[in-house]
Design a protein around this ligand. Structure first.
Ligand code: NAD
Ligand code: UDP
Length: 311
C-alpha cells in the first residue's frame, strides 16, 4: 500500500514510518518540522519506498494514497501552548484537509486523538464511553478541544460522506526520539537525571499518568487501521499507573543519578489522574502493551544518554 503519515518527522510518526516501511509499504512522510526533526527520519531517506514532503496540513494537498495516519500536531504542553491558535488550526483545518483528501481518493484515515479528550477525568480508569471533563477556555483547551473537534469531524465525514475512519485515543507514550526540550515529563526527568540537575516535580507529584512504550503504541495503531468494521474511538495506552513522584524516583534509580527532587508549581488544568481502560482494544484489536516500564525506560535512557553526550 501507499501510506501517508502526517507528522511523520515527529516522535511517534517516525517510528510508524520505520515500521510500515519495514512491512514493505510505500511511505509518504509529510511534516512542517515545527516539533519534528529530520534527524528522526534521516536513516529512512535512502529507502526508495520513502518520500518526504515539507508541508503544513492547514493547507490542502492532494496525494494518491490508500491509508492516512493523521499524526500531525504538537503534543507536549510546552509546544502546543507556544502558538495555541495554530494548534487549534492544525487539529481543525488540518483534519478537514486530511479528511477531504481521504474522501477524494477513498483512503482509510486514522486520527491520532488523545486521552486529553477526557480532560481532568472524574471517571477512573477512563473508558471510551466517558464524555470527559474538559475546560473549554483554559491553557490546555487549544489541544484538548482541537482534538475533540477532530474526532467530531471524523465522525461527521464518516456519517455524511461515508469516509472510512479510525480514531485512536492515545495515552502518554514515551521512547527514543522524544524531543529533548519538549517539556514532557519523561524527557525532562531523564535529561535532568543524566545531567545531574534537579528533577522538577510539578505540584506535590501525587498526580498520576500511565506510560506506554512507543513500539506497543505503534502496534496498536497499525492493528486499528487494518481492523475492518470498527471505527473506534478506542483507547491505546498502558494501564500501569504511577504517580509523578514515584516516576521521578524510578528515573533516579534507573539512571543511577545523584539528582534531587525539587517541587515546582502545578500548571493550570493539569489532570490529577489518568489511566486507560483498554478492554475495548483487547476485544476488538487483540491488543495490549507488552513492554514493561523498566524495559522501556532503559531504552529511553540509553537514547537520551546519546543525546546528552551530543551523539
Ligand atoms: P511530536 O510533536 O513529536 O510530533 C508531531 C509532528 O507533527 C511533528 O513532526 C511536527 O513537526 C508535526 N506537525 C505539527 N503541526 C503540523 C502541521 N500543522 N503540519 C504538518 N506537520 C505538523 O508529537 P508525538 O508525541 O509524536 O505525537 C504525535 C501525535 O500523537 C499527535 O497528534 C499527538 O497529539 C498524538 N498523541 C501523542 C501522545 C504522546 O504521548 N506522545 C499522546 C496522545 C496523543
Ligand atoms: N511534570 C512534572 N515535571 C516536569 C514535566 C511534567 O512534574 O518537568 C508533570 C506534569 O505536571 C503532569 C505530568 O508530569 O502532571 C505529565 O506531564 P506531560 O507534560 O508529560 O504530559 P501530560 O500532562 O500532557 O499528560
Amino acid at each position: 500500500m501507499r501510506i501517508l503519515i502526517t507528522g511523520g518527522g515527529g516522535f511517534i510518526g517516525s517510528h510508524l514510518c520505520e515500521r510500515l516501511l519495514g512491512e514493505g509499504h510505500d511511505v509518504i512522510c509529510l511534516d512542517n518540522f515545527f516539533t519534528g526533526s529530520k534527524e528522526n527520519i534521516r536513516h529512512l531517506l535512502g529507502n526508495h519506498r520513502f518520500e518526504l514532503i515539507r508541508h503544513d496540513i492547514i493547507e490542502p494537498i492532494l496525494l494518491e494514497v490508500d491509508q492516512v495516519y493523521n499524526m500531525a500536531c504538537p503534543a507536549s504542553p510546552l509546544h502546543y501552548q507556544y502558538n495555541p491558535v495554530k494548534t487549534t488550526k492544525t487539529s481543525v483545518m488540518g483534519t478537514i484537509n486530511m479528511l477531504g483528501l481521504a474522501k477524494r481518493v477513498r483512503a482509510r484515515i486514522l486520527q491520532a486523538s488523545t486521552s486529553e479528550v477526557y480532560g481532568d477525568p472524574e471517571v477512573h480508569p477512563q473508558t471510551e464511553s466517558y464524555w470527559g471533563n474538559v475546560n473549554p477556555i483554559g491553557i490546555r483547551s487549544c489541544y484538548d478541544e482541537g482534538k475533540r473537534v477532530a474526532e467530531t469531524l471524523m465522525m461527521d465525514y464518516h456519517r455524511q460522506n461515508n469516509v472510512d475512519i479510525r480514531i485512536a485515543r492515545i495515552f502518554n507514550t514515551y521512547g527514543p526520539r522524544m524531543a529533548e526540550h519538549d517539556g514532557r515529563v519523561v524527557s525532562n526527568f531523564t535529561v535532568q537525571a543524566l545531567r545531574g540537575e534537579d528533577i522538577t516535580v510539578y505540584g506535590d507529584g501525587s498526580q498520576t499518568r500511565s506510560f506506554c512504550y512507543v513500539s506497543d503504541l505503534v502496534e496498536g495503531l497499525i492493528r486499528l487501521m487494518n481492523r475492518d468494521n470498527f471505527t473506534g474511538p478506542v483507547n491505546l495506552g498502558n494501564p500501569v499507573e504511577t504517580s509523578i513522584l514515584e516516576f521521578a524516583q524510578r528515573i533516579i534509580t534507573l539512571t543511577g543519578s545523584s539528582s534531587k527532587v525539587i517541587f515546582k508549581p502545578l500548571p493550570a488544568d493539569d489532570p490529577r489522574q489518568r489511566q486507560p481502560d483498554i478492554s475495548l482494544a483487547k476485544e476488538k484489536l487483540g491488543w495490549e502493551p507488552s513492554v514493561d516500564l523498566e524495559t522501556g525506560l532503559k531504552k529511553t535512557i540509553e537514547y537520551f544518554t546519546g543525546v546528552v553526550r551530543g551523539k
